[in-house]
Design a protein around this ligand. Structure first.
Ligand code: SAM
Length: 294
């Protein structure tokens, strides 16, 4: 790390912006540990979400082929750019932009390998970032991301627990998740209220069981957890799925799922079965011709 973040900011009369979730990592050995545990190799293309002042960017530049460092805050990006130039680091492409306006497929198009994603994620966008990465799953190999502890817990939760959520189901279907480290709140400035956790997501090349319609699966999971206190039948009635009661009852029967159950009791495989059966019965609003369920 070049200088402590408080020195870099106060020298420019700046302060950390809470609205952008700015809690800077101040421990170089934690950054090194995250990178080491990621197993990133010298020929890997990396995208870093929220580069900030470069706590991860600089060691990543040392470990990878190229780092696309995305930072929304222009003032921070300016400080980082100065430091990259000062150190003569040439393999960092700094992009002053929002991660949600960053075309990951376009970045990956020029690379020989799928992307490695890193980030000490701002709390306020952590869920959206994961949905975004699932959308870009074809070009992502692995993501090593830091979250507030309770967010991480929700992502790895299993069925039958209160923390099991829409994101747990989506992520566990598309990725293999590993917890790699806990990072104490005192290792950030300003120090957040809770510790952080690093999770490693390996994007599966062939998730199983096979889904017939990925968008329909996303809609079913969203609908079921959107009304998680209701039975699945009631949760899925009068929603954007547009399927009537009789047909839904038939679908649940064909899928072998009791419609009185609640979303939080269904395994990922059961959600896939439900989505595939809805698809076989014509999909959303009965818009598809019926097809046999495999
Ligand atoms: N990586 C740095 C570190 O570990 O010290 C900074 C981490 S800080 C928790 C999150 C960073 O994400 C901040 O620099 C913030 O400005 C940036 N950020 C917030 N929202 C963003 C967005 N939508 N797109 C890109 N960067 C964003």
């Amino acid at each position: 790390m070049h200088f402590p973040p408080w020195k870099l900011l106060t020298a420019r009369h700046l302060r950390p912006r809470k609205a952008l979730g700015q809690n800077f990592l101040i421990d170089p050995s934690t950054a090194e540990m995250i990178i080491r545990k990621s197993g990133v190799s010298r020929n890997a293309p990396v995208v870093e979400i929220g580069a900030g002042l470069g706590a991860l960017t600089l060691p990543l530049a040392d470990a990878a082929k190229v780092v696309y460092a995305i930072e929304k805050d222009g003032a921070l990006a300016g400080i980082l750019e100065y430091e990259l130039n000062r150190q003569g680091i040439r393999n960092v492409v700094l992009k002053r932009q929002d991660i949600f306006e960053t075309d990951l497929a376009a970045i990956a198009a020029g690379q020989e390998r799928r992307l490695r994603i890193f980030g000490n994620l701002p709390y306020y966008i952590s869920s959206q970032v994961l949905i975004y990465l699932i959308g870009a799953r074809e070009v992502v190999e692995q993501a090593d991301l830091m979250f507030q502890k309770e967010v991480a817990r929700r992502l790895i939760a299993g069925p039958g627990t209160k923390s099991y959520s829409r994101l747990s189901v989506m992520l566990q279907y598309y990725t293999e998740i590993r917890r790699t480290a806990t990072v104490g709140a005192h290792l950030f400035w300003p120090s957040p209220k809770v510790d952080s956790e690093v999770l490693q997501f390996h994007f599966k090349t062939a998730p199983s069981p096979v889904l017939r319609d990925h968008a329909l699966f996303a809609a079913v999971v969203k609908t079921a957890f959107g009304r998680r206190r209701k039975t699945l039948l009631n949760a899925m009635l009068s929603t954007e799925l547009g399927i009537g009661r009789e047909e839904l009852i038939n679908i649940f029967r064909a899928a072998g799922i009791d419609p009185r159950r609640r979303a939080e009791s269904l395994t990922v495989e059961a959600f896939v079965r439900l989505a595939n059966t809805i698809d076989a019965y014509g999909g959303k609003n009965g818009s598809k011709p019926p097809a046999p369920v495999r």
